[in-house]
Each structure stands twice: as C-alpha cells, then as structure tokens.
Write a protein that binds this ligand. Sequence first.
Ligand code: UDX
Ligand code: ADP
Length: 464
Amino acid sequence: MKVKNICCIGAGYVGGPTMSVIAQKCHEIKVTVVDINEERIAQWNDKNTDLLPIYEPGLAEVVEEARGRNLFFSTDVDGAIDEADMIFISVNTPTKTYGIGKGMAADLKYIELCARQIARVAKSDKIVVEKSTLPVRTAAALKSILHYTGNGVNFHILSNPEFLAEGTAIQDLLEGDRVLIGGERDTQESRDAMQALVDVYAHWMKPDQILTTNVWSSELSKLTANAFLAQRVSSINAMSELCEVTDADVSEVARAVGTDSRIGPKFLKASVGFGGSCFQKDILNLVYIAKSYGLKEVADYWEQVIIMNDHQKRRFARNIVQTLFNTVSGKKIAFLGWAFKKDTNDTRESAAIYVADDLLEEKAEIAVFDPKVKPHQMQTDLNFLNTRSQDENAEMLTATDNYYDACKDAHAIAVLTEWDEFKDYDWKKIYDNMRKPAFVFDGRNILNGEDLEKIGFIYRGIGK
Ligand code: UDX
Ligand code: ADP
C-alpha cells in the first residue's frame, strides 16, 4: 500500500508544520491541508510568508519550497477527504468548558464532527490517523463512528501523536528523537496500513526511530510524556520557592541535579510557570482518566503538578505587588513577552495571562510587548477568563509595538517569555525612562541581574 494523497484536517500549530515537512520530504505525495477557518487558509496561502498564521522558525522556508508543488491549503474539506488515501485529524481538542468532566476532560466534539464528515464523504478505503492529542481509547470511538455511519468502505485507524514542541517544531519534525505509530496488528490489512505510515516517515527518519505499538499504548504514551516533562518543571519550580527563602540559587541547584545523567539537564529551568496547549490539558486528561477508574491517589498525584504550576504563577504576581510597597494600583507595569515560550506566537495557557489577570485585580496598568503576538490576541486571552468586562480589560491592558514604549514611565518590568532579543535591549536607556526605584522581575531568569543592578535596577529572578 503506497500513499499518494494525504489530507490533513486542521491547519493549526500541529497540522500546518507537520504537513509542510511531510510535503517537503515526500515529493511524490500530494498533501492537502484543509480547515473550516477561511481566514486561516487564506493566510497559509499568502505569498508573503511573513503572514503565515503561525510563527515557527524555519516554517516559512519549508512552505515556500513545497507550496504549490505538492503542498496545498484549502477550505474544500469534502474534496480533500474524497481524494485522499490517508487522512490526518489535527483539529483542536480543548479542555471541556461544560458538563461532565468540565475543566478536565478533553472536548472531543471537533474530532467527532471530523469522523462523521469523513464517514459521509469517503467512497473508498481510507487510513485515518489521529494526530491531535487524545485521551486513551479515542481511536475506538473513531472506529465506531466511521464503521456505523460510513458507506461500507474500510477504515484503518492509526494513532500518531506529535511530540513536537512549539518554537522548535520544524527541527523536532526533521530531527526528532522518534515518531510513534500505534495501530492494530491483527490482520494483514491493518499491518499494511501501519506500514504505509511508517513508509511516509521513513523518507527522512531512521528505521529505529519509528516506533510501532498498539493504539492504546501510543495514545497513553503521549499523555505520559507530557506529564513527565511538566512534572519536572513543577519540581524545579517548587525548589525555586525554597531557594528564595534560603541562600540557595535555583540555577545552581538545577545544574547540580541536571549533571546526574539519570536526571539530565533539560526541563530544569525554573520559570513563572509552564504554559502551552498541551501540558495542562494532557495532565488534566490523565487526572480525569485516573479518576474515572477510581484511582484517587494517581489522580491526586498528577493534579498536584497543576496545583504547583498555578501556585508558581500566582506567587510571581504576588511578589510584584509586595515588592512594589504592597500596592500596584495605578502603577504601570511593562510585560516583556506574552507567548507561553519563545519562538512561537502561541499564547494558549501562557503564564502571562494569569499574571496579568492577578495584577489587574490589584488595579495595575499593564503595557505589553511581545515580538510575535498580536494585540487582539492578548485581549481575547484575558476576556476568556471572564474576570472583568472586555472594556475594562481593554482600558487596563494595552499592547505596544516596541519594547521601549512599553517600558517608558513604568514602575516595573516583568519578563514573562524568554525571547532572546530581550537580553540585547538597551537596558540603560530603558532605566533612564522608568519611574524610580525601577524594578525588573525576571520570570525566566534570562537577564544578567548583576549588570542590571549596576545600571540601578532592583532585580528579582525566580529562585534567587
Ligand atoms: C510540549 C511537549 O514538549 C511536546 O513534546 C508536546 O508534543 C507538546 O507539548 P510545547 O507545549 O510546545 O511542547 O512546549 P515545551 O517546550 O514543552 O514547554 C512547555 C512549557 O514549559 C513552556 O511554557 C515553557 O516555557 C515551560 N518550561 C519548559 C519551563 O518553564 N522550564 C523548562 O525547563 C522547560
Ligand atoms: P493544534 O495546536 O492542535 O494544531 P489549533 O487550534 O492550532 O490546534 O488548530 C486546529 C485547527 O482545526 C483550527 O484551525 C480549526 O479551525 C480546525 N478545525 C476544527 N474542526 C474542524 C473541522 N471539523 N474541519 C476542518 N477544520 C477544523
């Protein structure tokens, strides 16, 4: 079984970069990425690749190379499903905001709608690949919908969770540690379906990097990997608080711990808290699954990672208020960064949103500069929390298009994202135009505190 035509439903952070790389590496496969969001598709098709809907280093070059050759972006979902022999589902699976499992379980509404659409349109056999992160056993639900509502054609369901991290997605896709493909292995046909996807990745990955498992192991591995990574950030963040009340320095502790090869140096950077579309969602998912099986201790254990993360965000905001003489009312606070990490314009679950919300409750005025996040996104993120009216949010939090205006006349600067360019700013000039005493709260420990203190700033890092 050789795949000639791939369709990917969902042109977001996962679908867009993944399909662009598949198209770049597999010239003989036609790859069509479809989305119901017309504006998003128009942006993907824009000649000016600076206007792509998502920012990711290296993405524009890949799109430029493959677009129009064997990579296409379209809103014709039915047409692309009909043509394809392999369909990736990369639609969003946000945490449920209503009903059973509210605030914890993944909302599978979009996945189910996709499955029903595939079933309605497909007139020939299809391999359906779940790419979105899904709770364990979703493949079974997909299979059932496709089987009962389809036109009698065969569907093979595979799980192919993505392990790419935003900001390094293209590099992760090209040089990732591994890809994971879960599928049934009971019939020759199902083994062939799995091999067809292995062959796609084999265009650029080594055979021993392509792991095959059963569907459920694959689904569960994704949640487990994210839970383990997030737990490390929360563990070091827990130590950061202890460091602050003792004479220890969290970066030194992390270095000492990370040089133990059994633990390793990655994911030990203390921060204002982890964000992103995956960590919180996947852990809550895991907690929900554990709870549904009555495994209270397992659920409590993983939930604690979320509790620690919420604490870290709130602690950062509280620290700012306390240090600014217990009041930030009417004071201007400059935020450097709004994205949940550097090199992405994604803001989902970004710590900045929660820190801003806490400070706005204290009546601060916030001016934000982020190199890649659009101002309306900041308002959307804040309004989503429903803490105050949209007008109040718009009045109290403003976005600026350069760092200098954000920091002018501010009482304090808070670094929320670790964008590299922040390190190279003219900090002397920033200082001269701020209110005094001028404070810097470095939520990412990226600035040189000693240099800033020489200029005159009062510098506060995390865990220092
Ligand atoms: C994550 C997983 O890494 C990836 O494998 C999965 O497919 C999707 O979820 P991503 O959300 O893009 O990727 O970001 P990641 O680099 O994992 O960072 C998550 C959050 O943790 C960010 O807010 C980051 O700033 C924070 N973090 C990370 C720290 O605070 N300290 C660290 O040492 C590492
Ligand atoms: P992720 O980070 O998982 O890629 P995104 O929200 O960035 O999530 O992207 C998911 C995309 O899926 C969105 O652009 C959304 O419009 C699209 N989408 C959701 N449901 C459907 C559907 N039924 N058909 C086509 N596209 C869909």
